[in-house]
Unconditional design. Sequence first.
Length: 38
Amino acid sequence: MKAITKIAMVLAIAILYIPLAVIAFFAYPFYLIFKEEG
């Protein structure tokens, strides 16, 4: 039972963090461009 809950937690964290990582990966270059212009 503990192993299943551990796997579930890891999957939940991965599902939450992968979209954030993708958004950050695409947003970071735009942030640098706007920072240089601003």
